[in-house]
Write a protein that binds this ligand. Sequence first.
Ligand code: NAP
Length: 255
Amino acid sequence: MTAIRRVLLLGGSTEAADLARRIVGSSVPIDVTVSFAGRTRERASTPEGITVRVGGFGGITGLKDALHDGGVAAMIDATHPFAARMPFHAAAACRSVGVPLLRVLRPEWAPDLGDRWTRVPSIADAARAVQTSGARRVLLTIGRQDLAPFADCDAELVVRSIDAPDPTVLAGATVLLARAPFTVDGELAVLRSHQIGLIVSKNSGGAATHAKIEAARQLGVPLVMVDRPAAPPVDTVPSVDDAMAWIIERFGASG
Ligand code: NAP
């Protein structure tokens, strides 16, 4: 009989949820725990057969202990492309404990013909770009945690996020609560009904939130695009298919 091995999957992205579903539907003899930071009030659904844990590990030391104490055979980091700290913690902890690590990181978006992007290296720079743009109404699609730098902007702000932002951070902003995936028609409706003259986005990549770029192109609305944070030099694949191939190669399928 094949021994069941433990895999720790760092969640927080569409790919993490897809990968969990793919593993459960496969015959690979692994026991998967998905770990969430616990930032959203309602988590994306996790399939039956997957163990869920929520909350930080307590830095690199805590993560090393979790790998060691949990007898983890491999870790898959499928955190969001804008998770700035956790991928470095994963790299350091896995290196130290000798656990194989794979990062799933979807490709970035690139501007297409007709796109009007201003690329900026940080959220603070995005806020400065909004202020200098002269746009009257601005759609912020960067989540609810990074809004403070926009507090001094003169533009009317429309914030779209999964959970409601702290109302004291951007008092007076219009809030749209929604979770991806979004459609081009839906995005066109949002841009038109709120008379949006500028969009701020993180370069998250992926299909689920790409529709805003297509809609912006159609309406000639410019975007301020925030570049991704640095990533550690670890084994990285761009898709769930590739991650699944890595898992099968490492753990095989049960006989
Ligand atoms: P971060 O800066 O990389 O992480 C901050 C801290 O949160 C980490 O040091 C860790 O705490 C804890 N953490 C992060 N991911 C975790 C996970 N999967 N399981 C357990 N603990 C985790 O990330 P962040 O920007 O705060 O984002 C938090 C989570 O939301 C991430 O999992 C990310 O995938 C997801 N997310 C982020 C964005 C974004 O734009 N930043 C967007 C969508 C989803 P300890 O040091 O105590 O272990």
